[in-house]
Design a protein around this ligand. Structure first.
Ligand code: PEP
Ligand code: MG
Length: 749
């Protein structure tokens, strides 16, 4: 049924009146009351009501024209409850000529709404975030026309913008001030550690102060000029983009496509013609894209919607003049808040940051790797943090628990300070043993080295007390660039690493890419199961060019000094032999060219696949050393993806089967005289590290911040005793020796 002609609503007229209401000096409640009256009048309905969130789960009737006035601030419903609760939950419109007969309807006797048949309810949303619900109701059974729905939607959007600006705060407590309540974000750990600081938004929020247009012609002109500027900017970026960088080009091409999209432009022009300002029209489109984004599961489509979102942000910045230079000053203790961030951008901020909270990200992401190198606490998967946080807000980052407290209450701040003080005390303890050896109570010396990969890691060589670099992940230098590094560049970089290390040994691992580590400038290969796919030494064997260049760079960096190199992800002896042969060839080439050769050369393999452990003895003798890559070895041993949150933590490192396997590797190395170390994340976890040492490993490589805690526990532990605790637990038939070990180690941690 379409609306009768006399019911047609002119959205421009309604917005014009709305602007007058907003311009009047009035308290928040009075404004809301006037708005509901105005909408009911313009829509020719008996009822108009505004429901706003009281807390994250409850909606409250905050203003009404037509329903029982006593119900205001008394009628409440949970998210998903009744038609209003459903609209808020799903973010979708309800338009019905028979509300009481619609599934989900809940009768609220105090409101007197049973008399109304028709109902149009729209979510009050700002950039995909639902703030409440706007409802009109009438006795006459009719469905609202598209034009009417549009008008109510636009008004709801303007209300959301006004709420953002604090227009409904105060007097009668219509709405508590937005962005003032405490919010707890439960995400996941990206990097441990605790930090207190103030919010610094990577992308500042653009604030739209004039959602309603004064003059549509002028708004249209503003939009056209801004879009033109945007197109020129995108074209410029395209012509500046490195031609070999296909991923970047692809993104920019998508930008250009959107910037020139007629549909996008037409919808914004229509919104302006109906009374919105240019900014509000852009934001309306952006909201729609975000709403779609939350429902789309296809990764490619989501990326494209992200592109559209980014483009809308650019356009908003052009229109509002609120560029990245919003005039805000970075606080002295910045906690970076972003949806996601690239490794290069993060390195630009560097050690200035006290903490980082991301909406997206993953434990293996490049941002997480950089955060770890810089030892900055990082919380990932903190949903909606970019919409909630404002520049300058107080925020506490608890990287250990994977949570962040935004605008915390005093009691939370106090408890958090206690935690930080305890950590600081522990740091003092670690500093006091920095120059002491990791010698256990039974007199066993364990070599503790550090994992590195960035220039930012080098200062830790001195500060952490590391005895060298047990794993230098060379791929990080490839991952943080947007082009393939040149040989001379790499050689200089490796030389700087060796200079910084002085007499200490540095083990360079050749490029370990593929699986989760995809170079932005290399064509990504679609693989059904990348973790088991074309990665690391497998790529190096099939396309040896890059590895040859890297080996040459390493030999030249050594400039006659000792050199240690290891190959990642070797699954069988032949692969190691082939990789070693490449090294011999590179050496020979350098010899012919008359370049200085390393004083000594060690070539090892990472033991990351069970198959390598079961190789014949000849493998153990052929390698100069083996280093257990526990992260990968564990994922293949248990067939549990290290990146998959559903299974990642399912199997304990102290599981008896895994420990037995590690112990057997130690025995085989001892029989064959093969030096062995362990360089996965477990080496940096004190309890795991102590157990790994107890079963016979004598060299552990870990992130620099773990050296103190691991050394501290080793110095208080008798490995023979711990070994018998492990053995006794195993004999008793348990799945994991952890409970027994924890019992034994209590008081030493
Ligand atoms: C490992 O697999 O344990 C390892 C050290 O390598 P990466 O984490 O870089 O794969
Ligand atoms: Mg690995």
């Amino acid at each position: 049924m379409t609306a009768p002609q006399e019911n047609r609503t002119d959205s421009r007229q309604m917005l014009g009146r709305l602007r007058s209401v907003m311009a009047e000096e009035a308290g928040g409640q009075t404004r809301l009351d006037r708005i509901t009256r105005l909408i009911a009048d313009e829509m020719h309905t008996e009822v108009c009501s505004i429901y706003l969130f009281r807390d994250q789960e409850t909606l409250e009737l905050c203003a009404t024209e037509g329903l029982n006035a006593d119900a205001v601030h008394h009628t409440r419903m949970r998210l998903g409850e009744g038609l209003v609760g459903r609209i808020a939950k799903r973010g979708k419109i309800v338009n019905t000529d028979n509300a009481p007969g619609t599934p989900g309807f809940r009768y609220m006797p105090e409101t007197g709404e049973e008399a109304y048949s028709s109902m149009l309810g729209v979510p009050i949303q700002r950039l995909g975030e639902t703030l409440g619900v706007l409802v009109v109701q009438s006795k006459e059974a009719r469905r609202f026309s598209d034009e009417e729905v549009y008008a109510v939607e636009v008004v709801a959007m303007v209300i959301a913008e006004m709420a953002e600006l604090g227009a409904f705060v105060g007097e009668g407590a219509a709405m508590s001030a937005r962005h003032q309540q405490a919010v707890l974000f439960s995400g996941a750990t990206g990097q441990e550690g605790a930090a207190q600081g103030h919010v610094w938004l990577h992308e500042p929020r653009v604030v739209v102060t004039n959602p309603i247009a004064d003059d549509p012609h002028r708004e249209l002109e503003r939009l056209t000029t801004a879009v033109e500027e945007l197109r020129v900017g995108v074209d410029r970026m395209l012509s500046n983009a490195a031609s070999g960088d296909s991923a970047q080009l692809q993104v920019l091409e998508a930008y250009r496509m959107f910037a020139n999209s007629k549909g996008w432009m037409r919808r914004m022009e229509e919104d302006i013609a109906r009374g919105l300002s240019a900014e509000a029209a852009v934001e309306k489109e952006q909201s729609a894209a975000r709403a779609r984004m939350s429902q789309v599961t296809d990764a490619y489509l989501r990326d494209r919607l992200h592109d559209l979102d980014d483009l809308s942000n650019r356009l908003l910045r052009i229109l509002t003049g609120q560029g990245n230079e919003t005039g805000a000053e970075m606080p002295p203790d910045p906690i970076l808040i972003a949806r996601n961030i690239g490794p290069a951008e993060l390195l630009d901020y560097g050690r200035r940051l006290k903490g980082i909270v991301l909406e997206e990200g993953s434990v293996g992401s490049h941002a997480a790797i950089v955060a770890r190198a810089l030892a900055i606490p990082l919380v990932i998967h903190a949903e909606r943090v970019t919409t909630e946080a404002l520049n300058g807000d107080l925020i506490l980052v608890d990287g250990d628990q994977g949570v962040a407290h935004l605008r915390p209450d005093e009691s939370v701040v106090t408890a958090f300070r206690d935690k930080m003080a305890m950590q600081a005390k522990a740091q003092e303890r670690y500093a006091s043993i920095r120059d002491k050896p990791a010698e256990t109570l039974c007199g066993t010396r364990i070599a503790l080295t550090m994992n590195a990969g960035l220039m930012a890691d080098l200062p830790s060589l001195q500060g952490s007390g590391a005895e060298g670099v047990g794993l230098f992940r060379t791929e990080l230098q490839f991952l943080i660039r947007n082009h393939m590094p040149k040989r001379a560049e790499l050689s200089e970089l490796y030389a700087r690493v060796m200079d910084a290390a002085g007499d200490k040994r540095v083990v360079f691992r050749t490029l370990d890419i593929g699986s989760d580590k995809v170079l932005p400038y290399m064509k990504a290969v679609e693989e059904p199961n990348p973790a088991l796919g074309w990665r690391a030494v497998r790529i190096a064997m099939d396309r040896p060019g890059v590895m040859r260049m890297q080996l040459q760079a390493l030999l030249r960096a050594a400039k006659g000094r000792p050199l240690s190199v290891m190959f990642p992800f070797v699954a069988q002896r032949e692969e190691f032999s082939a990789a070693r042969a490449e090294m011999e060839k590179a050496l020979e080439r350098e010899r012919i060219l008359g370049h200085p050769l390393p004083e000594s050369l060690e070539v090892g393999a990472m033991l990351e696949t069970p198959s390598l452990a079961f190789s014949p003895d000849s493998l153990y003798r052929e390698v100069d050393f083996l280093s257990i890559g526990g992260n990968d070895l564990k994922q293949f041993f248990f067939a549990a993806d290290r990146e998959n949150e559903l299974v990642r933590r399912r199997y304990d490192t102290l599981n008896v089967s895994f420990l037995r396997f590690l112990e057997w590797i130690v025995e085989r190395c001892a029989e064959n005289g093969t030096p062995l170390s362990f360089c996965g994340e477990d080496a940096g976890r004190p309890v795991e590290a102590a157990c790994i040492a107890a079963i016979g490993l004598r060299s552990l490589s870990m992130r620099p911040a773990s050296i103190g805690p691991v050394k501290s526990i080793l110095r208080r532990t008798d490995l023979t005793e711990l070994k018998s605790v492990i053995d006794n637990a195993r004999d008793s038939g348990v799945q994991s020796v952890r409970p027994a070990v924890m019992e034994y180690l209590r008081g030493k941690l």
